[in-house]
Design a protein. Structure first.
Length: 392
């Protein structure tokens, strides 16, 4: 047997020694190990400085700030002009329908004529009751021209008779003055003259009393005619149906030109598409985490958020009452206002928000570092009132 140095350790032991392992693995493997170890140390050191958003998710529907407006007929009539069709956009104040106004316009013309006549009569009566009968009045109404002329004729006749009696009285007085036997005859002539004077006064008073009565009646009649004319003008407004708000025409069924409509008949519905808001539905268990002016990110289901991005919004109103979603699930409505009414692709193409679109909402609840998330309990950031060390 040749001479050979004896091994201190058997082969089985030497294979598991440090020297054997160092000889087996290269220096490159050691460097990779050290790099990985360094990266882990740096990552742990950065944990307190890297923050993430803690969000609460919810779903909702795009709604308008204004409710749908039902257009209802206010009068009976035949449609002579129909300016709309389904899904047509109309501005506030646009004319939708015009009804036949022939009959009511005839009524208006008739009342205007009666009012003009009554105004002339009222002007004449004011002149008659405040002026002297002997004045030459410029009257307009035929009725009081005739009445005035009749009175003037009566007064003229009475004045003529009074003149005759006065002349007779003066003559008798000059001839028989101082003669007692003719005193009775003189008094008789004077009495006849006084009777005519009284008759003249009574005739004037009678006519003036009648004119005063007519004046009061004319004032009432004129007031009634003015009220009726105002009523007709109000009714005429209902014969031209205009849009109270801007929006799209819906539910236009059975309404056509030359068709008849009746009061309180629904003609169409205007669905507004301006000032859109986002109604989010939040479970009662989560509503306590929502607050006014809270930031929200919106993913509209109709637009792929990876291409279109997300809308930014903020909470503007939290409803106090709970409602049933789909008649079964109780939810609170949280109303949010988007910062814009559209989403936009990189090439500039815009996708407009429309009422009724569904979306997913992410409410920003808290901002926590990765270090906090590793060691905090969930209650520390979801229920800050339970742990005073953490605040949202």
């Amino acid at each position: 047997m040749p001479n050979s140095p004896k091994s201190i350790f058997p082969k089985e032991v030497i294979g598991f020694s440090v020297e054997a392992l160092l000889n087996k693995h290269s220096t490159r493997s050691l460097i990779i190990y050290q790099i990985i170890l360094l990266v882990l140390i740096i990552a742990c050191a950065l944990l307190p400085f890297i923050t993430v958003d803690v969000n609460l998710n919810g779903s909702g529907v795009v709604q308008s700030k204004q409710l749908q407006s039902k257009i209802v007929a206010g009068a009976t009539g035949r449609i002579v002009e129909n300016n709309i069709k389904v899904n047509q956009f109309v501005e506030s104040g646009d004319t939708l329908f015009i009804l036949d106004q022939t009959f009511i316009n005839n009524q208006k013309v008739d009342i205007q004529k009666r009012r003009d006549i009554k105004e002339d009569e009222l002007t004449d009566l004011n002149s008659l009751v405040s002026s002297n009968i002997q004045d030459n009045l410029d009257l307009k109404s035929l009725k009081y021209i005739q009445s005035y002329n009749y009175l003037k004729k009566s007064i003229s006749d009475l004045d003529q008779q009074i003149k005759i009696k006065r002349n007779a009285y003066q003559r008798e007085k000059a001839l028989f003055e101082g003669n007692a036997s003719f005193k009775a005859k003189l008094e008789e002539v004077k009495l006849a003259m006084d009777v005519l004077l009284n008759q003249k006064s009574l005739e004037i008073e009678k006519f003036k009393a009648q004119w005063n009565s007519d004046l009061q009646r004319a004032l009432l009649d004129l007031s009634e005619l003015e009220n009726r004319l105002n009523q007709i003008n109000t009714e005429l407004e209902q014969y031209t149906i205009v849009a109270p708000i801007a929006g799209y025409i819906q539910n236009l069924e059975g309404i056509s030109e030359n068709g008849f409509i009746y009061p309180n008949q629904q003609l169409c519905v205007i669905s507004p598409n301006e000032n859109l808001l986002l109604d989010c539905y939040i479970k009662p268990t989560d509503i306590g985490l929502i607050k006014q002016n809270q930031k929200v990110k919106i993913r509209v289901d109709a637009f792929n958020y990876q291409q279109w991005g997300m809308l930014e919004a903020e909470v503007v109103e939290i409803f106090n009452d709970v409602s049933l979603l789909n008649n079964q699930e109780p939810v609170f409505t949280v109303r949010c206002k988007p910062n814009q009414q559209y989403l936009q692709l990189e090439n500039g193409y815009k996708g407009e928000l429309r009422k009724g679109m569904s979306f997913q909402a992410n409410f920003l609840i808290a901002e926590r570092s990765l270090f906090d998330l590793l060691f905090d309990k969930v209650e520390d950031w979801l229920a800050p009132s339970a742990n005073k060390k953490t605040s949202i």
